[in-house]
Design a protein around this ligand. Structure first.
Ligand SMILES: *[C@@H]1O[C@H](CO)[C@@H](O)[C@H](O)[C@H]1NC(C)=O
Ligand SMILES: *[C@@H]1O[C@H](CO)[C@@H](O)[C@H](O)[C@H]1NC(C)=O
Ligand SMILES: *[C@@H]1O[C@H](CO)[C@@H](O)[C@H](O)[C@H]1NC(C)=O
Ligand SMILES: *[C@@H]1O[C@H](CO)[C@@H](O)[C@H](O)[C@H]1NC(C)=O
Ligand SMILES: *[C@@H]1O[C@H](CO)[C@@H](O)[C@H](O)[C@H]1NC(C)=O
Ligand SMILES: *[C@@H]1O[C@H](CO)[C@@H](O)[C@H](O)[C@H]1NC(C)=O
Ligand SMILES: *[C@@H]1O[C@H](CO)[C@@H](O)[C@H](O)[C@H]1NC(C)=O
Ligand SMILES: CC(=O)N[C@H]1CO[C@H](CO)[C@@H](O)[C@@H]1O
Length: 831
């Protein structure tokens, strides 16, 4: 803080002191809005949870995009369940064992209540929705009010009933528990047992994962606080208090027979009726003991406060100066951060698949998304959690033979491209994540991905490894008898495998003694070049040639190029017959175009820039792609392209592009996300961008742009040291978004990127901003590392325009900068 003021003018310093003093003590949670992304396909889980909690309570609605349970799209509520995923794009996940409340049954007859979820569902009162960390509240059109909060494995619901039911009779509330899930996937043996005296309900059922193979069994234990009148079971439309146990078979004609239990109360107590639902993947007994130990006295306020405190502890290490900025920016930022800790979920102690003392996390949904922003973000803000997640990934390899690529509900999820856990491990390894991690075993796991083809590579590892090793690319129409998987995406798999192999070199180099491996995988990481076709046209948009030449193209086994329109599966692809996902009839790129994938060489931008015609041509092409909406910021491959200007020596254009997307495409409204949040990857994209440092995931590199706030500070939970970034000449209307000069810990800093020690060692970066691009960070010595050389760059000493600008803005003579900073590092890199 103190250092800061010596860099700003006196008048500004006084203003800042006042405002910082006023604003340093804000509550970070006041800026969290869980409802961002609750409409328009954001698919976020907006309900009550603790960080990484297994219990996630919210209403479930019948909206077409109820992947996260509840949406603000005006659907009808059919229940309140305790398990959810967030932001996902597969079928709706989990949503098991919904409760549903009635103030009373017509005619005071339990058979007067409606049981099947298709018929019982009712609208909710739009204005009643209240969500905050650890809490969700809503009122149903029936007048019943529902509130919920959670601990690690337990939900606590509080239902408040009107004094009289719909028929005017004094309320005698009934709460049912349905052996169902969001996507009606129940398989065999849904069972429930009701204890006549205590009203306790226990049971389980087997369900299907939402984007994977296999099945999972979940157990529950529901207890109620209220004056119990009677209880029993229901099947389809009928109920009886005389029967206390029920077992149901799998679905019939695609619809599981509705069934479950109910409990009725003599009256609604003024404090409401409490329902405590424990869940477990081990047993009903464990579900009960989880619930009893976590929420022993049904204390709603205490549970809520504890949940809120957990969130506070997790998020408050990041503070910003609120001076001048629109509070929507703060909301955008902190809500994004919040969502990075909803999924993955900590199922430690709840894994029935193998015995281990290691942590077990689930809902890596999916690593193809998570590796690009969310997991690197947690490495900064919650290194303890990322350490546990890495240990869980390695333990999964230990017991199942492979690192997961996607995982949910104890099941293997589908692989979208490469074996991207390799990137996650490399990222964490390079950033010093180590506590209790067996990195040698982690290394074995990533090498297995690169060397051994699994029998079923749709859910683990990589396919086509024989071709990969012998030809240096994944061929279109490969001959692959070693394993089975969807034989599509040859081009995007080639790119992702190239980067995965580079990730392996990063761990190998650090562990040491693996020179042969490093050489081998460096060589394979260059395989992307084998699909580069120098004369390939970029295609036409609305009949107009894009004018660009030189794109990747698929290649056959016989080494001749095939053809895929470089704009196919782009955001401007208007062909209704384009198939772009995991369908067997899809093409050679996954969920995006060759246009965009041609940039995905995160480790070798120097060589890529040369292939694409040099830095100016590279910049033109990036601009063209963004300006013409070829890329879609609502899907993860777009993230890195926002910041790739840094590699061509134009860091200012990354800042500009970041402001082009935020907030225009990432707002604070319910429909404010451009696509599925994919756990919290969109949230992490926003958080990183606004923080002013964006990672090249899998490398120890963060691109520097000015934070969206006058200052940010992040205290490392590992070292307790606080890193700060301060903007001099900050302008909340975001006209001054170009860095003119910078200092790091008081020394002139000209590199346009920084490494992770910034966070762990609590460094201070001071950026002086201006309204136009400058020479800062433009020289080859200032660029982030690349495997291949940067060629054809005009550094400032050769460009009088840039030099002149730089002289105007920079506070230090430019030729002095060279000696002081980057040059030394770069020499070592190239060494
Ligand atoms: C509630 O909100 C939804 C979504 O915005 C809207 O479709 C519906 O009409 C609203 N209902 C009422 C009663 O205003
Ligand atoms: C369902 O329960 C029956 C009786 O306990 C048992 O024989 C059967 O194996 C179970 N089915 C499954 C799929 O668990
Ligand atoms: C703050 O941001 C919101 C949401 O983007 C916008 O509607 C509002 O006009 C902004 N307020 C000011 C004062 O700029
Ligand atoms: C290579 O294989 C492709 C696909 O089978 C075929 O269309 C093409 O004609 C072959 N090229 C040569 C030179 O054999
Ligand atoms: C960081 O601070 C916490 C709380 O004051 C303390 O428990 C912990 O030991 C500190 N860690 C380090 C590395 O100093
Ligand atoms: C900068 O440009 C000058 C003149 O072209 C050249 O001699 C020098 O090697 C360049 N420096 C770097 C780091 O590229
Ligand atoms: C010098 O830099 C400016 C600004 O980036 C650019 O417009 C111009 O084309 C460059 N000149 C040369 C000779 O490269
Ligand atoms: C002086 C100043 O910037 N005060 C701000 C402190 O924070 C509150 C809440 O964000 C703002 O409303 C004030 O404008």
């Amino acid at each position: 803080m103190v250092l800061y003021y010596q860099f700003v003018s006196f008048a500004l310093a006084i203003f800042s002191t006042t405002s910082l003093a006023q604003n340093s003590s804000y509550d970070v949670l006041d800026y969290v809005d869980q409802l961002i992304g609750s409409a328009n396909g954001g698919n976020v889980f907006p309900g009550a949870t603790i960080p990484y909690g297994m219990a996630k309570a919210c209403p479930d609605v019948d909206s077409g995009s109820n992947q996260g349970g509840f949406t603000t799209e005006g659907g009808k509520v059919f229940g309140f369940s305790s398990m959810h995923d967030s932001g996902t794009g597969g079928s709706p996940s989990l949503g098991n064992f919904a409760l549903f409340p009635y103030a009373g049954c017509p005619g005071d007859d339990i058979n007067g209540c409606v049981y099947p979820k298709d018929f019982r569902k009712i609208p909710y009162v739009n204005t009643s929705v209240k969500a905050s960390p650890g809490y969700f509240g809503i009122q149903l059109a029936s007048g019943v009010q529902a509130e919920m909060t959670t601990s690690q494995h337990t939900s606590l619901f509080r239902f408040k009933f009107p004094p009289t039911d719909a028929s005017g009779r004094a309320s005698s509330p009934l709460i049912l528990l349905d052996l169902t899930d969001l996507s009606n996937s129940r398989q065999d043996n849904g069972t429930v047992k009701v204890d006549a005296k205590s009203g306790r309900m226990t049971g389980s059922a087997r369900f299907l994962p939402s984007f994977g193979i296999g099945s999972y069994t979940l157990y529950f234990c529901a207890d109620f606080k209220g004056l119990v009148r009677d209880n029993g079971v229901f099947v389809n439309t009928r109920a009886s208090a005389d029967v206390k146990e029920l077992t149901l078979a799998r679905s019939i004609n695609g619809y599981p027979l509705p069934g479950g239990s109910f409990v009725r109360f003599t009256s609604p107590t003024s404090n409401g009726i409490l329902a405590r639902v424990g869940v477990s993947f081990i047993s009903s007994q464990q579900a009960c003991s989880n619930a009893e130990s976590e929420i022993p006295t049904f204390d709603f306020e205490a549970t809520h406060t504890a949940a809120r405190n957990l969130w506070e502890t997790k998020i408050s290490p990041i503070k910003v100066s609120t001076t001048g900025v629109n509070s929507s920016m703060l909301k955008n930022f902190y809500s994004g951060i919040y969502r990075t800790m909803v999924n993955p979920q900590d199922y430690t102690g709840e894994n029935p698949l193998w015995k281990s003392s290691e942590p077990y996390y689930d809902s890596f949904y999916c690593i193809w998304d998570l590796f690009r922003s969310q997991m690197p973000f947690l490495t900064i803000l919650d290194p303890v959690a990322i350490t546990r997640q890495i240990r869980s990934l390695i333990d999964t390899y230990r017991h199942l033979g492979w690192l997961p690529d996607c995982r949910m509900s104890l099941c293997q999820g589908y692989t979208q491209g490469g074996s991207n856990a390799d990137n996650v491990l490399a990222d964490a390894y390079l950033k010093g994540i180590s506590d209790g991690i067996d990195w040698e075993e982690g290394y074995q796991a990533v090498v297995k991905d690169a060397e051994v083809e699994p029998y079923f590579w749709s859910v683990q590892g990589r396919g086509g490894l024989d071709s990969w090793k012998s030809l240096g690319y994944i061929p279109k129409e490969d001959f692959d008898y070693k394993g089975t998987g969807t034989m599509t995406r040859s081009l995007s798999r080639t790119l992702e495998y190239s980067y995965n192999d580079f990730a392996i070199t990063q761990i190998a180099t650090g562990l040491g003694g693996k020179d042969a491996d490093v050489e081998k995988y460096i060589s394979r990481s260059s395989n992307w070049q084998n699909l580069f076709k120098p004369d390939q046209s970029g295609g036409s948009i609305k009949g107009v040639d894009t004018g660009f030449r030189g794109f990747l193209q698929p290649k056959y086994l016989n080494k001749t190029f095939g053809y895929q329109n470089p704009l196919a599966c782009s955001n401007v692809d208007t062909d209704p017959n384009s198939i772009c996902s995991l369908q067997r009839t899809a093409g050679e790129t996954f969920e995006s175009s060759i246009w965009e994938y041609s940039f995905f060489v995160p480790h070798d931008q120097g060589r890529l820039i040369t292939k694409l015609g040099g830095p100016d041509a590279f910049i033109k092409r990036l601009d063209y792609m963004h300006d013409n909406q070829i890329t879609y910021i609502g899907n993860e491959p777009a993230f890195l392209t926002v910041f790739q200007y840094h590699y061509a020596g134009r860091p200012g254009l990354s800042a500009k592009r970041s402001h082009y997307y935020i907030p225009a495409y990432f707002g604070i409204t319910h429909d404010g996300l451009p696509g599925n949040d994919d756990s919290g990857t969109m949230g992490a994209f926003v958080a990183f961008s606004m923080l002013g440092l964006f990672p090249n995931p899998g490398q120890n590199v963060y691109f520097i742009i000015p934070p969206y706030f006058e200052s940010v500070s992040i205290t490392s939970p590992l070292t307790n040291k606080t890193a700060t970034i301060k903007n001099v000449n900050f302008d909340a209307t975001y006209k001054n978004i170009y860095i003119q000069s910078a200092t790091l810990n008081g020394e002139v800093y000209t590199k346009n990127w920084i490494d992770h020690s910034f966070f762990t060692e609590g460094k201070e970066l001071i950026l002086t901003l201006g309204p136009a691009e400058s020479a800062w960070g433009t020289r080859v010595v200032d660029l982030p590392p690349s495997l291949g050389k940067y060629e054809g760059f005009t550094n400032f000493t050769g460009n009088s325009t840039v030099e002149k600008r730089a002289q105007v803005f920079a506070s230090v003579p430019l030729d002095k900068l060279t000696e002081k900073t980057g040059a030394k590092y770069w020499a070592a890199e190239e060494g």
